[in-house]
Design a protein around this ligand. Sequence first.
Ligand code: HEM
Length: 549
Amino acid sequence: MAQAVGLGRLPAPLSEENKAWMTNQLESYSTWQMNAAGLGRALYILAAVVFSAVVCFEQYSKRKERLSKVPPGPFQWPYLGSLPYLIRTVGLRSSTRLREKITELAMKHGPLMFLQIADTQIVVVSSGKIAKEVLVAHDAEFYFRPRCLVGKYLGFDSTNMAFAEGRNHWRLRQLCDKHLFLPECFASYGHVQKQEAEKMLHSVWEATKRGENISVRHTVITFARNSLCRMLLGTAHLDIENTSLEFNKETLITLLDEAFAVAGETTLIDLTPGLNWLDFHGREQKMKYLRRRLEKYFQEILDDRSQRLDRSEPEAFVDVLLSLDEDKTLSDEAMMGVLLDTLVAGTYSISASVEWALTELVRNPTMLENVQNEITQVVGPHHIVEVTEFSQLSYFQAIVKETLRLHPAMPMSIPHMNKVATPLSSYEIPPNTSVVVDYAAIGRDSEIWPNPLDFDPRRFTDTDAASQIDSFKFLPFGYGRRVCPGANLGLRLLQLGLAHLVQGFDWIPIEGQLPHDIDIKESSGAICFKSTPLILRAIPRLASTLYEI
Ligand code: HEM
């Protein structure tokens, strides 16, 4: 046995047998250790799997329970909903087929459809019966508007009429109803509307003398925009040659056209705030820039009108707004919002409707002849039709109503929204759901309208349109608290414009086209125009003195 100085007795070296035994023990220990670690890991994985399964199951059950309460709709992926399908069929940043696709899906899934797109829930209503529940029984619940980029920028932080809510909305509507939209108010601007209609007649006549074809859309937009601008902003600034101020007619036309184009182009990104970060094309930047220009433009008008205001005799609606608001309860933004709202909503919806009516009349020459004969019978050959004569023109009125049924200028409502869970039919609509009423689908419902896609004014010759609206058979102006406030004014200008064009001219397709070559494809966008502008030949049919102004 070895002896080391100061270390005491050292253990004897291991025998070969012991060494082997130890190695064996160590090996089995490390195998055991490895097995234990593996087991731990396995248990950990198992726990994670069980936990995930429980969470998934819970999520699945919740989702199943939630989906069992909401109306039917297309297949929904967890978190993404129907986004992948819509991206595939419509595209993320395209507005072209979105409305069409939604209507198509609703035809497949029923008159009350639920659509989940990422973080946004949408309900689409396409029958009059359910629309009545939304707009009458639950009008107070579905009266709100979802937040969106258009409301933020072009609605001047949702202070305008289309996006304001609660007291602010109610106040704006009261004010506009009382000073602009009541028949006796807009009738007081009758001379302005008449002058603009006569100017339109004159401009078409001049174009026929030059042998030009007529762009009906351009002609009617000019008439509607000029009429509304003069009623809302006054005549002065439209004609003024004032180099120190930015406002002039050209600026206004550009701004309104841009606002109309931007506001109408709803894409999937607009519908779903959670996808706003995908706005690589800078739509938000475009709106921001447009809002700055609109603000500058309208501020100059407000300042200018405030200075020149003769409080005893307001010339235009803007003067009424300013004189009513000496206590400053209406912000400048709210005034700008209302002016922009009414100019854009009014100009383009009236023009789209007149263009559709004339499209159908040229496609059906007998109807055009019949309506011209009726106007000649009632009005005679020596003067141009007056607003007071419209009530005697029953066939003409039927044409207007049939146009609004088959081609409503605003085919879908601006989205409504509920803030609390709301029962609808036998379902429950979760809070913060956007509710879109498909007004076009209601007017084309084959259960109510036989051959719904045929343009047939006889549907309205013997019936009272108001009762059709009250029974929710067609709703061109919406209904309830969000009903179009400009419906009566819109109808008046639509009739005025159409009656002048139809009385003043025979309308025929341009050379090389037959009546039925004129297509009735619809544009995308919130306001639905014919997809290609209507270009026609006009042939004067009255004594030339009637076209002079
Ligand atoms: C043929 C003419 C017109 C048609 C077919 C039409 C149709 C409509 C429709 C369907 C709505 C949406 C209702 C909803 O959200 O459920 C609406 C709203 C609106 N319209 Fe019209 N409109 C016309 C003319 C006008 C005119 C001339 C003006 C103003 C001068 C106007 C101003 C508005 C405004 C401000 C709103 C938003 C109302 C709110 O949210 O409280 N519209 N319109």
